[in-house]
Design a binder for this molecule. Structure first.
Ligand SMILES: [Zn+2]
Length: 116
């Protein structure tokens, strides 16, 4: 298969970037907690049943780390946002790859006549 011209590939990436919905950086994790009540099931010596799961979103942006709880009813939407952000980064990286390749191709074309 003949590779697409770089410009067409870049146009396609731009279209995909424009079509992305809401996004958010970070990763989701779940945790189980122990509470303060002395006789709670979470403190049972034989079969402790911790509370949870609680979901949290951790992300670092512009040098600042943040962790936020995510309500169960928001979990699905947040998973989508996190996945979209991953996709966003992939698309941007692919775009930069193409720009670097284009620059390289232009230099290669200049060589025979210019000679550096
Ligand atoms: Zn408890």
């Amino acid at each position: 298969m003949k590779p697409q011209p770089l410009e067409r590939q870049i146009q396609r990436l731009k279209q995909q970037l424009t079509a992305l919905g809401p996004m958010h950086p970070g990763s989701l994790s779940q945790q189980y907690n122990v509470c303060g009540k002395p006789d709670c099931r979470c403190k049972d010596p034989r079969h402790p049943q911790k509370h949870g799961p609680y979901y949290q979103l951790s992300f670092s942006w512009r040098g600042k780390s943040t962790t936020r709880f995510v309500r169960p009813e928001q979990l699905r939407a947040m998973r989508q946002k996190v996945a979209r952000y991953q996709r966003f980064r992939e698309l941007v990286n692919a775009w930069v790859d193409l720009e670097v390749a284009r620059e390289q191709a232009e230099r290669t074309q200049e060589k025979p006549t210019g000679g550096n």
